[in-house]
Design a protein around this ligand. Structure first.
Ligand code: GNR
Ligand code: NI
Length: 174
C-alpha cells in the first residue's frame, strides 16, 4: 500500500466532475486501498479519489472510532437511490480544507447503490454521521466541497484563508 498526497483548496482539480469507473479491477482496488491508508493516516473518516488527483467516481469511508474495529467501505460509482425528508446538521471538516469547520445540513438518511471492491453491485442505507460522510464524499465526485453548502460570506473567508496559507507556504518553500 502507499500513502497518497491530498490536494488542498483552492485548487481547480477539486472542482472537476469525476468520470465513472468502468469496472472495479485490480488497479481500482489498489487505489481504494491506498486511499484508505491515506485516510487513516490523515486521520479522516472519508476520502474521495479527486482529493488525491484521480478524477474517477471512487470513495472510501470508515467512521469507526479509535479502539473500535475498523469498518472500511470501498465504493465505486455511488448513486443516490433515496434521501430522507428529515435532515441533520453536523460540524463538517474536509482534508482538502485543513482546520476549517462549518455546520452543514443534509438529509439524515440515504440509500446508495455502488460497486464494491469485487465489482459486485451493493446497496447500503446509512443514517447519521455515516450518511453525512457518504454524501460529503459523493459531493467531491461532482466538484462540490462542504463550503459550497454554506453562505458565500463564510465560504469566501475560508477559501481566502487557505489561499493565503498556500502563498505563504510557497514563499517559505514548504
Ligand atoms: O475526516 C473528515 N471528517 C468529516 C467530518 C464531518 C463530515 C464529513 C467529514 S469527511 C472528512 C474527510 C474528507 O475530507 N473527506 O472528503
Ligand atoms: Ni472532504
Amino acid at each position: 500500500m502507499a500513502k497518497l498526497s491530498i490536494i488542498v483548496a483552492p485548487d481547480r482539480r477539486l472542482k472537476l466532475k469525476s468520470a465513472p469507473v468502468e469496472r472495479v479491477d485490480a488497479a481500482v482496488r489498489r487505489l481504494m486501498d491506498d486511499m484508505l491508508e491515506t485516510m487513516y493516516a490523515a486521520p479522516g473518516i472519508g476520502l474521495a479519489a479527486p482529493q488525491v488527483g484521480v478524477t474517477r467516481r471512487i470513495i472510501v469511508v470508515d467512521i469507526a472510532r479509535k479502539g473500535e474495529a475498523p469498518a472500511p467501505l470501498r465504493m465505486a460509482n455511488p448513486m443516490r437511490l433515496w434521501t430522507s425528508d428529515s435532515s441533520v446538521v453536523y460540524d463538517e471538516g474536509c482534508l482538502s480544507l485543513p482546520e476549517q469547520y462549518s455546520e452543514v445540513r443534509r438529509p439524515d438518511r440515504v440509500r446508495v447503490r455502488y460497486l464494491d471492491h469485487d465489482n459486485a453491485t451493493r446497496e447500503i442505507e446509512a443514517e447519521g454521521l455515516l450518511a453525512t460522510c457518504i454524501q460529503h464524499e459523493m459531493d467531491h465526485l461532482d466538484g462540490v466541497l462542504f463550503v459550497d453548502h454554506i453562505s458565500a460570506l463564510k465560504r469566501g473567508i475560508i477559501l481566502r484563508k487557505l489561499g493565503k496559507a498556500k502563498r505563504t507556504d510557497a514563499l517559505a518553500g514548504a
